[in-house]
Design a binder for this molecule. Structure first.
Ligand code: 9PG
Length: 746
């Protein structure tokens, strides 16, 4: 047993347990603690004293290691088979036992992180059940881990990491190492609440005397209101897994969310032309061809009749026009009729009875999965990737439906767990693609991809409608958390933003800025822009470029390049769809706070947020991007948002001299200020925009009766009054410009 005890009174008494595939179990009651030993340790996370617990159960020995790093503890289980026969293991509970707290479970909440890119992540009450899907087995693999579907009411399941929130405290539990096993955290609040941490062993066979180590698990309690509750955990994972975080992620255009599978080579060309023509005003880099070019999923080197010459000529045209070509592939997925299946039926992932495993239903057919532990598959994969990256010329790959490699099944390598199978497949792809290729994971179980992908889709597909919609209907699908919908995509953008640039670049999925063939309202478009801009993640747009109205194109341009800066999500542990994003930074060496307020509800949201809670000594200059209003704020930040509306604020503590208050030159405002000085009687700001831009700048300059003197690149420029102590300047420029302000002297 081991007891985690929080000063607030949260108590978790955790033993160990084991389950075999044949139904045999070794519950925590059969394990006898035979010895405890303390000794010093030192590892990449720190040093201190390690507690080593030796357990015994019939046919087994186990060692559990517990290492303390400050407030956090890392735990690992080492199992050893002490019997004459081999056995197939289902899972090991590294920590399992009752949790008790000073509040009843009806007041607890649980942050759940879904299995893969498209799975739900967010905080829900403990009571109730994890959302399932109306589509049953057709949609299950696209929604959650089919090996651990949503349980009954009162049982909450999470993948990789979870948080149990009780009153003022949050218990954070997650796996630190992620290469070898999927770890699941399960809270069972039926009756006496119990919390389990399972290392999934997926039926691998364990031989006599063989040792099976679990992943390392992180356990920690924090303030529930901590602005970055997963920060220390995520950084421990990063130390262990050496993520790839390129200094820059390409921004660009993707064909999927307008053309879908009906895309033609002519559509790629016309968008390439439009982007080339707009290059001066729209600095995008990536042009990514999505699903639709191939003859069949699984048959990547034969093409659809809509791409008679294939995609290599397009890659060349894209490159010659100065953009980066990107291509979509679903490397572990295949249609049943694809040539690869006909030629190599033994490459398919199969169940215990030898039937091909279902990878879900899409494109009007049941899907199959390839087994990347098969050497034939590995060779085929590397051949494919070398062709696509090095022969065709696509240095950017969107690798989709990656969960297929991690479905439950019998593998060629019977010792490979599902996580290892996926990681082996991803490693093969990385090796073939080379170090400089940008690999984006999509539909991807998160843990095993860390260190192999550069970017990760962290939410469901976006769509040109707010709620999920199928067959023209919304109502029946409202509760679906993973179906394509702007609402679903934005929710995960917030709830997984803490992963951004700790494990990879987060991809919040595409922005849809079109004005026709969409039912997104102006408010909804602004909400998406606010979430994506403040998430700091990748910026992709998926509209027919030439049709974009000029003002929408200007919004896109204002997002480029993305800031990359990770925000805090203030109410992450309060509700399923958080509403408050915040990033604290500096502008001209002085404090600046960006706040994104989102109203996902169907009714207005009116409130006042104390500035103090946002980290602002009052009073402050506030600039709100969508209303284009600058004002002096004291005490509170007013919130008055229509349904699905958003506000994007830049807030700055008021100082005696001229100050930069806001602008429409970049989103988030102020991202164009690369340097600046703000003194008592003057201010000077160096602005940068890669593309040609026109916009307004608001300056706060104390009123002294006269008109302040403003210069742009050394020359006096016109200025208009925008309120008490507020002035507005309009500028059009490209590259770098210098704005100067001097207080009026009277
Ligand atoms: C191409 C698309 C786009 C998109 C990806 C992925 O059937 N399904 O449940 C299902 C889920 C997601 C999905 C397609 C189907 O979208 O996320 O960006 O690349 O594939 O087919």
């Amino acid at each position: 047993m081991f007891t985690f005890l929080d000063p607030f009174g949260l108590r978790w008494t955790a033993g160990i347990a084991l389950e075999a595939v044949d139904g045999r179990t070794w519950p925590s009651t059969v394990w006898r603690l035979v010895e405890e030993q303390r000794s010093p340790f030192s590892d990449l996370h720190g040093s201190g004293e390690e507690l080593r617990q030796a357990f015994q159960a019939p046919g087994w020995e186990a060692i559990r290691l517990l290492r303390r790093y400050g407030a956090a503890t890392a735990v690992r289980l080492l199992l050893r088979r002490r019997a004459a026969s081999s056995i197939a293991l289902r899972r090991a509970a590294v920590l399992t036992g009752p949790v008790a707290a000073p509040l009843p479970p009806s007041r607890w909440r649980f942050y759940r992180n879904g299995f893969h890119s498209w799975s739900f992540a967010g905080t829900t009450p403990v009571e109730g059940r994890d959302a399932r899907t109306l589509f049953g087995p057709l949609g299950a693999p696209m929604t959650f881990d089919v090996a651990a579907p949503p349980g009954p009411s009162g049982v909450r399941r999470s993948d990789l990491v979870a948080a149990l929130i009780v009153g003022e405290r949050a218990l954070i539990v997650g796996q630190i190492t992620t290469a070898d096993q999927f770890v699941k955290i399960e809270l069972d609040a039926r009756g006496m609440p119990r919390l389990h941490v399972y290392a999934e062993l997926d039926g691998i066979s364990v031989d006599p005397e063989e040792e099976v180590p679990s992943e390392w698990i992180w356990v920690e309690t924090r303030e529930a209101t901590d602005p970055d509750p997963f920060g220390d955990y995520a950084e421990a994972v990063a130390r262990a897994m050496q993520p790839r975080i390129p200094p820059h992620a390409p921004s660009g255009w993707c064909s999927w969310y307008f053309y879908y599978t009906r895309v033609r080579d002519a559509d790629i060309r016309s968008n390439l032309q439009a982007l080339a023509a707009w290059r001066e005003v729209l600095p995008v880099e990536l042009i990514q061809i999505d699903d639709g070019f191939q003859a069949a999923v699984g048959e990547w080197t034969r093409f659809s009749p809509r791409f008679p010459e294939g995609v290599a000529p397009l890659a060349q045209e894209i490159r010659e026009a100065g953009f980066t070509p990107g291509l979509w592939l679903a490397p572990f997925l295949t249609w049943p009729e694809a040539a690869v299946v006909r030629r190599h039926p033994d490459w398919l992932l199969r169940d215990a009875r030898g039937r091909p495993v279902s990878a879900g239903f899409n494109w009007y057919r049941w899907l199959r999965a390839l087994d990347p532990t098969h050497p034939g598959v590995e060779e085929w994969l590397q051949d494919l990737i070398r062709t696509v990256v090095h022969r065709w010329g696509f240095p950017y790959l969107k690798l989709d439906f990656l969960y297929a490699a991690a479905l439950p099944g019998r593998r060629y390598d019977p010792k490979a767990t599902r996580a290892q199978a996926l990681r082996r497949g991803l490693r093969a792809i990385r090796e073939a693609a080379g170090e400089s290729a940008f690999l984006l994971g999509c539909g991807c179980p998160l843990g095993p991809a860390i260190g192999l992908v550069d970017g990760m889709r962290i939410g469901p597909d976006v769509a040109p409608h707010w709620e999920p919609r199928m067959f023209g209907l919304s109502r029946p699908f409202r509760a679906e958390r993973s179906l394509p919908a702007a609402r679903n995509a934005v929710r995960n953008t917030l709830t997984r933003s803490w992963m951004h640039r700790r494990w990879w670049w987060n991809d919040p999925d595409c922005l849809l800025l079109r004005a026709r063939a969409t039912s997104l309202t102006e408010d909804e478009v602004r909400l998406m822009l606010t979430a994506v801009a403040l998430s700091g993640g990748m910026v992709l747009v998926s509209d027919p470029v030439a049709e974009l109205p000029e003002e929408r194109r200007a919004l896109w341009a204002a997002l480029l390049p993305p800031t990359g800066e990770r925000p805090e999500v203030r109410d992450l542990f309060e509700r399923e769809f958080p509403r408050v994003m915040r990033r604290a930074g500096t502008l001209c060496g002085a404090p600046a706070v960006w706040v994104g307020l989102l109203n996902p509800e169907d009714r207005p949201w009116r409130t006042a947020l104390p500035l103090r809670d946002l980290g602002l000594p009052e009073p402050a200059w506030g600039f709100e991007r969508w209303s284009g209003r600058a004002q002096r704020l004291t005490g509170n930040l007013p919130v008055d948002l229509p349904p699905h509306g958003a506000a994007l604020w830049l807030l700055r503590p008021i100082r005696p001299g001229p100050q930069w208050v806001g602008s429409t030159l970049r989103i988030p405002p102020g991202a164009e200020v690369v340097e600046g000085e703000e003194e008592a009687s003057w201010g000077r700001w160096v602005l940068r925009r890669e593309a040609r831009a026109r916009g307004f700048v608001w300056l706060g300059i104390p009123d002294e009766g006269g008109v302040p003197e403003i210069r742009w690149n050394g020359r006096p420029c016109p200025i208009e009054r925008a309120g008490e102590g507020l002035w507005r300047v309009e500028q059009a420029f490209q590259g770098t410009g210098v704005l100067e302000a001097r207080r009026a002297s009277i």
